[in-house]
Design a protein around this ligand. Structure first.
Ligand code: GDP
Length: 620
């Protein structure tokens, strides 16, 4: 079950309610009011209402909303359930948050300021995996680096600039649309132009379409780079045809999308692409006013052991200078040092220039705005205000399966459906489950079960994305998500449920449709290790030499043996050793020896997932 990673430390609600009824549904009159942000987790709401999470979860389930303690619910739902406890909720739109939002407007207004001057375009590279985004970014980066200067370009700050015909272009160095979407979700529009990379041999693929959808939604012009034209199997004409079919009409077909053919590998056509970017930039008259206090957006941020918080800022308007006092997100600082994309010290950064800054108190988040303010006192004040009220800006939207909608739909006589994405280990189980689901579907009268996608194999990122866009739950039968899928599920809040018994799966689906589904236990993954070696011990048991990749291997954990994304065994640890010593746990980055209770079929390359179960209050 996916639990959402909280993006911000959760401030306590600043006003506690007077003690209220502890019985769900009993209260009729309003006994107090509490201010909350527009999105809260069930746990936070329970605290704000002064009731136990279990009571709150029960009350939510009565309303047909399934949510565990870490899940977020929207204000409307929170307000409805709070009323049941006799508490009126007041939605908070903090000043500091509003202020933060209006920065985007200031940036836009500054483009129309009489003092505004042309600025370099900011470009994001998007496209399907393996179509050559990284390679293209690399090729572009090398365009105007003189031989011998190569050392200077190893610097990675999340964005870089190149110069073409004496003009600059800024590239965001994180390919893919995830970063793009995350920024947009925070209200920051950074990208002026999207370069859509499509491999000439592979053509339009699912993520190509997704990228187009993202760029369109953000109203960002697209330039297509048909890549890998060096391949004998390259078929650019076919790619153009496919693009036209998805509404991206190339100029030569009478549309308005420029298409450039390139080979990132052989560095062909790169200059043409860059010139095209300048042309499109000219059409859009990109401007900003450098003569004002700077506003920028954080592209990347991290903590550096030696230098403290380090952040890359893309200046959007104004000029950022050394010693400026800045506020960004819920932190602030005085700019102690600035470096450009080649690691050179600079004293000022003008619009569209990415710089790495030192001097922040804490690490901000990508997508946070950065703003120059008058003095430290103002900076501290705004930062602490935001730290308190940050949760209203929660990046992830509440994505709770709303069974109440389902039920309301039923009452209204509409047909509703529970959407599923089904992944299984083998074709046999896939068919068995599909047939069983079809039967359940027949039993149900007004509710439909709709299998959006069913296939064998590990749960992938694209499964999760599909679930996110269709409002589906992902069901894994004897299969697990890969790392990218896990990350995507965390980011989108998509729920993944795992089963190894068909009967249980069907029970849960029935329960879900009946509006009763609540997780009884939740899995918490402790760590993942890889089998690097296999030995046969004198007593004929097989021991595995493990390398712990993430988290930890734990003696008392449960485990799964995963081969090619499929679960081939579930069980427990028989022994866990380091240098012949029994140990309780082994951290990531270390090796250890493992034997598994009643299981000897371990092979080099298998992954071992260590996990434990956590009880979650049940609403039934
Ligand atoms: P990304 O997933 O979109 O970032 O793709 P990568 O940049 O990692 O490239 C995927 C694979 O395609 C790598 O093996 C690259 O070497 C290869 N590749 C990228 N561009 C070209 C190209 O222009 N021609 C050829 N033949 N291969 C390329």
């Amino acid at each position: 079950m996916s639990t959402k990673a909280k993006k911000h430390p959760t401030p306590r609600s600043d006003r506690r309610p007077s003690p209220v009824s502890r019985t769900a549904g009993a209260a009729t009159s309003i006994r107090g009011s509490v201010e909350i942000g527009s999105v809260v987790t069930v746990g936070e709401l329970a605290e704000a209402l002064g009731v136990s999470p279990i009571e709150l979860i029960k009350a939510l389930i009565q309303r047909g909303v399934m949510a565990n303690i870490n899940q977020q619910i929207d204000f409307e739902t929170a307000a409805a359930v709070a009323a049941q406890f006799g508490v009126e909720l007041v939605e908070r739109t903090p000043e500091a948050v509003q202020q933060e939002k209006s920065l985007a407007e200031i940036v836009q207004l500054s483009a129309r300021d009489p003092n505004a001057v042309p600025r370099p375009p900011v470009v994001t590279i998007m496209g399907h995996v393996d179509h050559g985004k990284t390679k293209l970014l690399d090729a572009i980066r090398h365009t105007n680096v003189a031989e011998g200067e190569a050392g200077g370009i190893t610097q990675h700050i999340g964005a870089y600039q190149v110069e073409v015909q004496g003009r600059k272009i800024t590239f965001l160095d994180t390919p893919g649309h995830e970063a793009f979407t995350a920024m947009r979700a925070r209200g920051a529009q950074v990208t002026d132009i999207a370069v859509l990379v499509v491999a000439a041999d592979d053509g339009v693929m699912p993520q190509t379409r997704e990228a187009v959808a993202h760029a369109r939604a953000a109203n960002v012009p697209i330039i297509v780079a048909i890549n890998k034209i060096d391949l004998p199997t390259a078929n650019p004409a076919r790619v153009k045809q496919q693009l036209a079919e998805i509404g991206v009409i190339p100029e030569e077909y009478g549309g308005d999308v420029p298409v450039v053919e390139v080979s990132a590998k052989q560095r062909l056509g790169i200059e043409d692409l860059l010139e095209m970017i300048l042309l499109v930039a000219d059409l859009h008259e990109l401007k900003a006013n450098p003569h004002r206090p700077a506003i920028g957006v954080i592209i990347e941020a991290k903590i550096d052991q030696k230098r403290g918080p380090v952040a890359t800022v893309l200046v959007q308007t104004g000029t950022l200078k050394l010693n400026d006092v800045v506020v960004t997100g819920a932190t602030w600082g005085r700019i102690r040092a600035m470096f450009d994309d080649r690691g050179r010290k600079v004293r000022r950064a003008e619009p569209s220039m990415p710089v790495e800054i030192l001097g922040l108190e804490e690490v901000p988040e990508a997508g946070d705005y950065l703003q120059v303010v008058e003095d430290e006192r103002t900076a501290k004040e705004i930062a602490s205000q935001r730290a308190l009220k940050r949760r209203a800006e929660a990046l992830t939207e509440a994505r709770v399966v709303k069974l109440d909608e389902l039920q309301r739909g039923l009452q209204a006589g509409e047909t509703r459906e529970l959407r599923l994405i089904l992944k299984t280990d083998v074709q046999g189980s896939l068919e068995a489950i599909q047939n069983a689901l079809a039967k359940v579907n027949e039993e149900l009268q007004d509710v439909g079960i709709h299998v959006v996608h069913a296939a064998t194999g590990a749960i992938s990122e694209s499964d999760v994305m599909l679930a996110a866009t269709t409002g589906a739950i992902v069901i894994g039968f004897n299969v697990r998500p890969d790392v990218a899928a896990r990350r995507a599920a965390e980011a989108t809040g998509v729920e993944i449920r795992y089963y190894n018994i068909i009967y249980q799966l069907l029970e849960d689906v029935r329960a879900a449709v009946a509006g009763l589904l609540a997780p009884e236990t939740r899995e918490v993954v402790d760590g993942v290790a890889e089998v690097r070696d296999v030995f046969r011990l004198p007593n004929r048991t097989v021991a595995a030499g493990l390398y712990v990749l993430t988290g930890k291997a734990a003696r008392n954990a449960r485990l799964r043996v995963i081969r090619d994304g499929k679960v081939i065994h579930e069980g427990t640890v028989a022994s866990l050793r380091r240098f012949k010593e029994d140990v309780r746990e082994v951290a990531a980055g270390y090796e250890c020896g493992l034997t598994i209770e009643n299981f000897n079929d371990i092979r080099v390359g298998d992954q071992i997932e260590f996990y434990h179960l956590e009880h979650v209050p049940r609403g039934r």
